[in-house]
Ligand binder design. Structure first.
Ligand SMILES: *Cc1c(COP(=O)(O)O)cnc(C)c1O
Length: 367
């Protein structure tokens, strides 16, 4: 294959998706694919099978891909998995948990939200009380890595509790799947949602759901949207062997297939998780040496993205800090909590220890 010339990226994305992808993932998009051709559809089938194998080794699970950003995919799960008589309990401690509640409000789904606060931990006693008090609740959802702060929620313990009440369990593992080991059996999830442009290191354009076959099979006719009907999308992919119902992001899907190959070559999720953890450890150690403080305590901090408390000196402006870093080759994220002024640095994607060392040098120079 001819090796195309790429312009050098002007900066490294230290954001939780879209993130810096490899040249080989980007170059996988330089081909046109026919959406109903067998070559393309069999690639989709391979992707679906591989996603399942990354999430479980012995459960009967299946995968469905859905056009759009991650939120479209979350909306397709919520809008399809909950029937007319069902009631939704959302456990929220950040913007992405709150977004699931917002989706349910748009869709007119009966809803209870337990809000633990932007920086609060999820308290299992409150979940238990809610499930005991309100027998109408049928379905519980939580975010794994709450990208708002970088907090990891204990999806295994929450799953155990949810299943002790025999409820359906939805996990938004958008920003962590592929970058941290997790298994459908351990967390007892019925649906796990993630997207192409996070830890699998593809480019944006579609999301995916890994579901227990039994769960998704029971959702026929429930969807509140035509294009976001997760069941029909799944059924079409099953019946027509990798066919999507509507035009799919063919180039993005091909890039994703390449990204999965690169995940295998790296050594799978275990190796990628080790790289991300090392990135995050170097980042936090280095930033602390420069006088920065993390928003969260270490024991609930994800190896994906870290929120730092903004410098307190009166001259500090995020916008200036951001632009100075961008000039020097790094793009970071603004903070997203109201209680404290923060900024966030992601360490997922094509990001290595050397990049973190370079970043820390630049931050030191800017002080
Ligand atoms: C990125 C992300 C989403 C989806 O966001 P989009 O902007 O729609 O891709 C959902 N949940 C979490 C936790 C995320 O990090």
């Amino acid at each position: 294959m001819a090796s195309p010339e790429f312009p050098e990226n002007p900066y490294l994305l230290l954001t939780p998706g879209p993130l810096s992808s490899s040249q080989t993932v980007k170059s996988a998009m330089l081909q046109d694919w026919c959406t109903w051709d067998r070559d393309y559809n069999s690639m989709v089938q391979e992707i679906r099978a591989e996603l399942v194998s990354l999430a479980t080794s012995n459960l009967d699970c299946t995968a469905v891909l859905m056009q759009g950003s991650g939120t479209f995919c979350v909306e397709s799960v919520i809008g399809t998995a909950l029937g007319k008589e069902d009631k939704f309990l959302v456990l929220a401690n950040g913007a992405y948990g709150s977004r699931m509640a917002e989706i349910a409000r748009y869709l007119d789904i009966a809803l209870t939200v337990i809000d633990f606060g932007e920086t609060g931990a999820i308290d299992p006693r409150q979940i238990e009380a809610a499930l005991q008090d309100d027998r109408a609740i049928t379905t519980v959802a939580v975010v794994h890595c709450e990208t708002t702060t970088g907090r990891l929620n204990d999806i295994v313990a929450i799953g155990k509790l949810v299943k002790s009440f025999d409820k359906t369990y939805i996990v938004d593992a958008m920003s962590s799947f592929g970058g941290m080991a997790m298994s459908m059996e351990e967390m007892q999830a019925d649906y796990l949602v993630s997207s192409a442009n996070k830890c699998i290191q593809g480019v944006p354009g579609f999301g995916f759901v890994i579901a227990r076959r039994e769960a998704i099979e029971s959702t026929a006719g429930q969807a509140r949207s035509l294009s976001l009907d997760m069941y029909e999308q799944w059924r079409t992919m099953e019946r027509d062997q990798g066919k999507w119902r509507f035009t799919s992001a063919t180039h993005v899907v091909h890039a994703f297939s390449q990204a999965l190959k690169e995940l295998r070559e790296e050594g799978g999720i275990a190796a990628r998780a080790a790289r991300y953890s090392e990135n995050q450890r170097l980042l936090v150690d280095g930033m602390r040496k420069l006088g920065f403080e993390c928003l969260l305590p270490d024991d609930c901090q994800s190896p994906i993205i870290t929120a730092f408390i903004s410098p307190q000196h009166p001259g500090y402006r995020f916008e200036e800090f951001y632009l100075a870093l961008k000039d020097r080759g790094f793009v970071i994220y603004p903070g997203n909590v109201t209680e404290v002024d923060t900024f966030r640095i992601g360490n997922i994607g094509e990001v290595y220890a050397d990049d973190i060392h370079r970043l820390l040098k630049v931050v030191a120079e800017l002080q």
